[in-house]
Design a protein around this ligand. Structure first.
Ligand code: NAD
Length: 299
């Protein structure tokens, strides 16, 4: 069993440190909120008087803090966690922070001879309570493997996303898509309600079509990921439908901001000449605007 320092006992960290204790690890915990520390001590954890005390001489040190500045301050500021860790400690940051912060932290720790894995998580605190988080790990393969006892206690699956920083970057891409989809979903339901539809019946329809099922494993997989942009559903026709919906919603005074932005992307894609191609070709238009090399289809 490992000795673990765990810093940050909020909604996520409180549940995760309890899962580590349940798995039989020795866990030293710290949070600026003494009540959280006391609560974990009641579950069998060791209450550390400072972040540095939690981090000293451990196999693993885990941080689960709100944001990058909190993590950098805890490591390199007055709390002095980086200095407190020994060379054999594997540091694991499971907070969701900016990629440049992860890169800075990993570089500074490497200079000190300390290995790091960035491992933000998918799933809410409810998943943390059940030890069912999805772990998105970035770092050297042997370090991600070495961190597995920690990940096994708090998660259901670990995905090694790539080199240092890839976990943080994957988390941001994932949350970009889920947070934007949340707004798009809400827009569609408000649109349905304003159009006088039975919203739950509309939900049933949406759940069974590309609207609800998404593109990753359906339309993109069959078409552009397979190097084929011949029209299964033509991009110009998709653009026409989107604009019909926007015009109708405008008449109902329903704001569709995500849809309006998407309409501009379809317009760009038509201007790029993809109108006669499959609607998945919006991916190629955005790749062109981002100046990415090569093509997303046809080799
Ligand atoms: P939270 O605000 O509930 O907890 C943060 C904890 O950190 C608090 O207990 C706070 O007292 C403590 N803290 C703040 N600064 C500190 C410092 N300098 N030293 C020690 N302790 C300090 O947040 P949370 O929901 O547990 O989220 C933690 C991280 O996990 C965030 O990066 C968040 O984006 C990410 N996350 C959250 C969820 C979720 O559903 N809550 C899901 C996935 C990822």
């Amino acid at each position: 069993m490992a000795s673990i320092g765990f810093i940050g006992l909020g909604r996520m960290g409180h549940a995760m440190s309890r899962k580590l204790l349940e798995a039989g690890h020795e866990v030293w915990v710290f949070d600026i909120n003494p009540a959280a520390v006391k609560s974990i001590a009641e579950h069998g954890g060791h209450a550390a008087a400072s972040a540095a005390e939690a981090a000293g001489n451990r196999d693993f040190v885990v941080t689960m803090l709100p944001n990058g500045p909190d993590v950098e301050e805890t490591l390199f500021g007055a709390p002095g966690v980086a200095r407190a860790m020994s060379k054999g400690t594997l540091y694991i940051d499971m907070s969701t922070i900016a990629p440049d912060a992860t890169d800075r932290i990993a570089a500074r720790l490497a200079e000190m001879g300390i290995r790091m894995v960035d491992a933000p998580v998918g799933g809410t605190s409810e998943f943390a309570e059940r030890g069912q988080l999805l772990i998105l790990a970035g770092g050297a393969a042997q370090d991600v493997e070495a961190a597995q006892p920690v990940f096994d206690a708090v998660g259901r699956e670990t995905i090694h996303c790539g080199a240092s920083g890839a976990g943080t970057r994957t988390k941001l891409v994932n949350n970009y898509m889920s947070t934007a989809l949340n707004t798009l979903t809400a827009e569609a339901l408000v649109f349905a309600e304003a159009a006088g539809l039975d919203v739950m019946r509309t939900v049933k329809v949406l759940a069974g079509t590309t609207a609800g099922k998404g593109f990753l494993t359906g339309a993109y997989d069959r078409k552009i990921f397979s190097g084929d942009i011949s029209p299964e559903f033509g991009l110009a026709l998709a653009s026409k439908d989107l604009n019909l919906a926007l015009a109708y919603a405008a008449g109902l005074n329903v704001p569709l901001g995500v849809g309006a932005a998407a309409s501009q992307v379809y317009a760009m894609s038509r201007a790029d000449g993809f109108g006669p191609n499959d609607w998945s070709a919006v991916l190629e238009t955005l790749r062109l605007k981002a100046a990415l090399p090569g093509r997303s289809f046809g080799g």
